[in-house]
Design a protein around this ligand. Structure first.
Ligand SMILES: [Zn+2]
Ligand SMILES: [Zn+2]
Length: 664
């Protein structure tokens, strides 16, 4: 029998017969699979080559994938046990769970999910081993004779589903699935899971094909990790921007306008304006030129740019007019290029930094539209930078710094970046790509940002840096992108005259900060759970007079705040003070200001924040100054410093005195 050399985690190398399994060589406590030269591998699959071997614990990113993937099998097994007519399609792991798609006559109800989950628990308790087998194509087609979706995968030799040149299947008990693996050694090794919900999904995501029923679930390395995740899901639900949009009266999606096209209400419109004002001011300070381009263009432009060749599916269909076809623009780039190209350019004019708040329209399938996070009309704070080879590194470095500064201003401080490099098929020449990639890499290194290199994952026309953030509950969002484009400058024949009097092709950088104003707002709303910091809050202070006789003083306070450019709102309704405070909390107004007799006499205010902290008897002038300073600094809401008398016997009795009227 041939032998293989296996390097073990302790550094030792063992010579063992081929077919020896990782389970025989490793300590498998807590392990759900192994890594064979970084390739995930079943603990009981024979080793067939010289390799470095380590155990893959459940509590690791790849380990969780194995657990989730194995749980998806158990889900399909339970469904086919309970609904023998069900045809099963695909069941991949997702970022924090898994799903499986089924062809069944009727959608699953919550009661169905309970039954299925109970059946899954039985299967897990039975500890059924997963067995791997490799089959020929014909045998696999025979095995899945009555499973049309599996047959389609096999016929398409879809390697990601286990149907490459060798077709692998995994069997536990009577259930068999087409799969690349690996899996946990037995169903008993699934530590913790839960089914979440069911929803319709099209086969292959294609609306013209079979409607399937998708069941979503999640699985983790421990009950504790599962409970944490369920808590995060609840938090996500509480923070859902679609719900906050309605509750805070920010925006809605009128069906008369159409799917994915929001209408912003006055408060939402104001938040947008504040974001845009901030972005414009930052761009102005950073030396950008403001341009404006139309929403519609003849097809000619997108023929030259190539978008009609490879992006047409994501564009709205054309309008016929005066013998030409007009399109809604899905991107601003080609129009900015026309501005650059409108006359000859000299190296002295570079870099040209063109900026526009451009609204673009993209056709998104109705199934993927999601509140403001995925819409059909997107407003980008879009910029294109045309620069020389020598300027590239400097531009990228200042762009990245710009991006991070903007994200921090919105309270987003946990960053990760990804550098996507040259794919196999690309335009431009290798030397240019190398240079751009080196510039991007240098930029990332200098920034100190944590990043990973996604080899070969750039677009065919551009390497790029994607900046991801983690929000308040640890979710990862892709935010801003910096992209060096090799295609468009070539397609549009862009040039500049160099110091050497020769013609050169400029480098072009695409960059947006917000990405999409709509999506950015969705992320920010969810990050803050709707409690926007004072500078972004549509109403910064809600004034709550205790009784009608304090209305006149409330008007004085409101005037003082307005005079400092702030946004107060007086609650002059007839409700009780406690109810008004509660309303202001629900409206997530950062400063709730209660006004009673003592405040009026002392020309003071009593402040309560959303976190429940409060301070009474703050001189009005101090409060105005404090709030104005917090807004200018884009700080979070905070109490003004206590400048009143030190707590003395008198001060305390004062505070007690105030209580009946100031029951905050
Ligand atoms: Zn599998
Ligand atoms: Zn662009």
């Amino acid at each position: 029998m041939p032998e293989v050399q296996i390097k073990l985690p302790d550094g030792s190398v063992r010579q063992v017969p081929a077919g020896t399994t990782p389970a025989e060589l490793l300590d498998t406590t807590d392990a759900v699979a192994a890594l064979v030269d970084a390739e995930p591998w079943d603990l009981r699959r024979g080793l067939d080559r010289d390799a470095t071997l380590i155990a893959l614990p459940a509590a690791s990113e790849q380990g969780r994938v194995v657990v989730r993937h194995s749980t998806a099998h158990v889900l399909a097994q339970a469904v086919t046990d309970l609904y023998p007519e069900a045809r099963y399609a695909i069941g991949p792991p997702t970022e924090d769970g898994f799903y499986y798609d089924f062809d069944v006559p009727a959608p699953f109800t919550p009661e169905d999910l309970e039954r299925i989950e109970a059946r899954m628990r039985q299967i897990v308790a039975e500890g059924q081993p997963f067995r791997r087998e490799e089959l020929s194509r014909d045998d696999a087609l025979r095995l899945f004779a009555d499973q049309p979706y599996k047959r389609e995968i096999i016929e398409a030799t879809d390697e990601s589903e286990g149907a490459g040149p060798a077709i692998s299947v995994y069997t536990n008990d009577g259930f068999v699935d087409l799969c690349r693996g690996p899996h946990v050694p037995s169903t008993a090794a699934i530590p913790a899971f839960k089914l979440l919900r069911a929803a319709g999904a099209y086969w292959r995501g294609d609306e013209s094909r079979q409607q399937l029923q998708r069941i979503y679930g999640t699985a983790w390395e421990s009950e504790e990790a599962l409970a944490d995740h369920m808590h995060r899901l609840e938090e996500a639900e509480r923070r859902d921007h679609r719900r906050l949009g309605l509750e805070l009266d920010l925006f809605h999606f009128p069906p008369e306008i159409g799917s994915g096209l929001p209408a912003f209400h006055p408060k939402g419109g104001l938040v947008r304006k504040l974001m845009e004002d901030y972005s414009r001011a930052e761009h102005e300070a950073a030396g950008y030129s403001f341009v404006w381009t139309p929403h519609l263009t003849k097809s000619t432009l997108f023929e030259i740019s190539g978008h009609l060749g490879w992006y047409a599916d994501s564009m709205y269909p054309p309008m016929e007019l005066e013998g030409a076809q007009y399109y809604l623009k899905p991107m601003n780039c080609p129009m900015h290029i026309l501005i650059y190209r409108s006359r000859g350019r000299s190296y002295r004019e570079l870099p040209q930094r063109l900026f526009e708040f451009g609204t673009v329209y993209r056709y998104e399938r109705s199934g993927v539209i999601h509140g403001l996070a995925r819409v059909r009309g997107i407003t980008q704070d879009d910029a294109h930078i045309f620069c020389s080879r020598e300027q590239l590194t400097g531009e990228l470095a200042s762009l990245l710094e710009f991006v991070l500064r903007l994200l921090r201003t919105f309270g987003l401080t946990e960053f990760e970046a990804e550098l996507a490099t040259r794919p196999e098929k690309f335009v431009g020449n290798v030397e240019e790509w190398d240079q751009a990639e080196a510039a991007l890499k240098e930029t990332l290194d200098a920034s100190g940002l944590k990043y990973v290199v996604a080899e070969g994952e750039g677009a065919f026309y551009a390497p790029k840096i994607d900046v991801h953030i983690r929000d308040a509950i640890g979710r990862r969002w892709q935010m801003s992108t910096l992209q060096v484009d090799f295609q468009l400058p070539q397609r549009f024949g862009l040039e500049y005259t160099g110091a050497d009097n020769a013609r050169h092709r400029p480098f072009m950088i695409h960059r947006d900060l917000f990405g999409s104003v709509e999506r950015f707002l969705a992320v920010v709303l969810e990050h803050y759970a709707g409690a926007l910091p004072p500078w972004l809050a549509p109403v910064q202070a809600r004034l709550v007079p205790i009784a009608d006789r304090h209305l006149a003083y409330a008007a004085v306070v409101a005037e003082a705040l307005r005079g400092a450019g702030l946004r107060p709102e007086v609650d002059s309704s007839s409700g009780r003070m406690q109810a008004k405070v509660r309303d202001a909390q629900l409206a997530k107004v950062p400063y709730i200001v209660v006004l009673g007799d003592r405040d009026e006499q002392a020309e003071a205010v009593s402040i309560r924040l959303l976190d429940g902290s409060e301070r009474r008897g703050v001189p009005l002038a101090d409060f105005v100054q404090h709030l104005a300073a917090a807004v200018a600094a884009k700080d979070h809401a905070s109490l003004p410093p206590d400048t009143g008398p030190k707590p003395s016997a008198e001060g305390l009795s004062n505070a007690v005195d105030q209580k009946p009227g100031h029951n905050l």
